[in-house]
Design a protein around this ligand. Structure first.
Ligand code: SF4
Ligand code: SF4
Length: 79
């Protein structure tokens, strides 16, 4: 099974700007009716880290051990 991170939202920091929702390529995140971010499809996360990098308030944290080396292995096969 593909590894996915545990996505933690620090609600006390989230201001509901929606940047993470907008940029997530897999629609993992959504704004709830209370204006805070919810993790709605965690199984679809591709661990691109955009949400963690782009959140201006450091409200998103990705936890877990990200698989490493796949990019290099692919490059060596292709080259
Ligand atoms: S790491 Fe990427 S795919 Fe996963 S929730 Fe964040 S933006 Fe979406
Ligand atoms: S980018 Fe950060 S502050 Fe904005 S909605 Fe997402 S978690 Fe909340």
């Amino acid at each position: 099974m593909r590894a996915v991170p545990e996505i933690r939202i620090r609600e006390e920091r989230c201001k509901g700007c929606g940047i993470c929702v907008e940029f997530c390529p897999e629609d993992v995140l959504a704004l709830g009716e209370d204006g805070l971010v919810r993790v709605v499809r965690p199984e679809r996360c591709v661990w691109c880290e955009l949400c963690e990098l782009l959140c201006p308030d450091f409200a998103v944290e990705l936890w877990g051990e990200k698989p490493r080396g796949r990019g290099k292995a692919d490059a060596s096969v292709a080259g």
